[in-house]
Design a protein around this ligand. Sequence first.
Ligand code: SF4
Length: 316
Amino acid sequence: MYAYGPVPSRRLGKSLGVSPIPPKTCSYSCVYCQLGRTNHLQARRESFYPREDIFKDIKTVVGESRPDYITFVGDGEPTLCKDLGWLIHECKENWDIPVAVITNGSLFYMEDVRHDLMEADVVLPTLDAGSEELFRKINRPHPDIAFDKMLQGQIDFRKEYHGKIWMEVMLVAGLNDSDEALAGIKKALDMVRPDRIYINVPIRPPAEPWAKPPEPERIMAAHGLLGKTIDIAGYESGNFVVDEFKDARTAILELTSRHPLREEQARKIEEKFAEKIVDKLVSSSELVRVNYRGKVYLLPSRFRRGGSNENNPTGV
Ligand code: SF4
């Protein structure tokens, strides 16, 4: 299944998600990634699946719901999909629904990636660092992607693209929350000139358990230093639309494969289908329970997570 939802999104409202790439394929392996460590670290684009099959799946899910956005997001980096431009074009031809792309922005140095995104209404890239050193520590990119190359790609994209760019900066305690790190990010943001800047913090269990949100005063400092910013560091509101699923088991497994699900959200899904399944999925080890920031989350046991003291460059 390539299309799912709509799911509540903090930035996009009711968002119908589309993942055109296999899990978890990415050009980064961010310390805060909620999908675990990257299995396939790559910077080469591919047609992973027949594009017609992906579009057929989008058609089915759109037919059952009226989302605020069709969002290409991926279980990793969606611009790695060579068919992204074609898929966006088909969506724009068939429906009057805005198209969004959530991307790490690392491949914008490729002309074909920038070209593929031209028809999207909004592109939501990421910029978490202002130096090569910090970039390597937080985003752990594919060796082909240097910081300057990535940043120049984002600058070029801004010049060519007339839609909206909503940048996300993910703050991690001890990594990019110092005044110095924030000044570097600000300099980079000034070069890209996004339409909006969202400040986020890890809210779900990250790939590296030591990756934590900064103290509230450092988050406030980031808002002050980075300029006109919007806070999205809270939890998303609204329930998941699960009508497309035949039972609670399928719904919970599908949703947790996209990102960790709070146990309370999974319980609501159980209620909707009048089916008790969460405890069974945990006892069969299909899902694991993880405590993070005072909440219990469910996530697939296949998500690769580091140990709490492993490779911790933050010292916090
Ligand atoms: S957070 Fe996004 S960019 Fe970073 S590893 Fe995960 S999927 Fe890739």
